[in-house]
Design a protein around this ligand. Structure first.
Ligand SMILES: [Zn+2]
Ligand SMILES: [Zn+2]
Length: 264
């Protein structure tokens, strides 16, 4: 059995991630159009009927814009925690009552054979989460939209083979850039977004815990670019004696197109 994992879109203009095995697949967030998501799934050989659910990390529009439409199109359930459901109520159109599913942050649950663990992340939303997915012995982790790399996040991601982690901004670009002061403070705060530098240090901790494949994501359009995120994280890893390509793979998820597809 092969497990596939990839980002379909990543960043403040829209997020969507796919994870699945030969039988069943999941979408995490749907912040870009259904058409975009379905085309990309087709391109990687995933048929619509294998998609069993959409999981929502939090209620920000770059994550939930199309979840209602996607649920209606494929007739699949949406899973979110109670506070997130409360926050999106009235803004995703009509969703069949059987497609409204609730999980509790910190409590594992199953969809088909996939064990899903939602864990709390520090971000300015009602009850934002990251996820890990266990397919038997294969574990994959996802954490974007986090103000800092907390012990809780680190513990949750431990043991993953692949981790998608945020590398949102370059601190200098953000400080010098055109964003208003309140927004700069929000992004730099403990409930904002992870900088390239913070991401680099977090990646080193993950690699020391055995993670071997890293996908950086949720890059800011204004305050980052892929080469800078990659080189900053790689530089911090090398300072700590971790060699990219030899010890670990490092990739960046593109904003508007599909990332590398990980096969485990
Ligand atoms: Zn967010
Ligand atoms: Zn976001």
């Amino acid at each position: 059995m092969t497990v596939k994992f990839c980002s379909i879109a990543s960043g403040s203009s829209g997020n969507c991630v796919y994870v699945g095995d030969d039988k069943s697949g999941l979408l995490i967030d749907a912040g870009v159009s259904c058409k975009n998501i379905l085309e990309n799934l087709k391109n990687i050989g995933v048929c619509n009927s294998s998609i069993k659910a959409i999981l929502l990390t939090h209620e920000h529009s770059d994550h939930m814009k199309s979840i209602g439409a996607m649920s209606r199109k494929l007739n699949i359930p949406i899973y979110a925690n109670p506070s997130t459901w409360e926050s999106i109520e009235g803004s995703i159109g009509k969703v069949k009552s059987e497609n409204i599913r609730v999980f509790q942050t910190g409590k594992d649950f199953f969809i088909e054979d996939i064990c899903i663990s939602p864990f709390s992340i520090p971000h300015d939303a009602a009850d934002p989460v990251g996820f890990t997915f266990n397919f038997g012995t294969k574990k994959i982790g996802l954490a974007t939209d986090l103000g800092y790399f907390s012990d809780n996040v680190k513990d949750a991601l431990k043991g993953s083979e692949v981790v998608m982690l945020e590398a949102n901004h370059d601190i200098e670009m953000l400080k010098m850039g055109s964003y208003p002061y309140f927004l700069k403070r929000r992004i730099l705060g403990e409930h904002g977004h992870l900088s390239n530098e913070a991401s680099g240090h977090a990646v080193c901790e993950l690699v020391n815990l055995g993670v071997q494949q890293i996908l950086l994501g949720h890059l800011s359009k204004e305050n980052n670019f892929p080469e800078l995120a990659y080189e900053t994280v790689k530089g911090i890893m090398e300072e700590k004696g971790i060699m990219v390509k030899k010890d670990v793979t490092l990739d960046v998820a593109p904003r508007n197109s599909i990332s590398k597809v990980f096969s485990l």
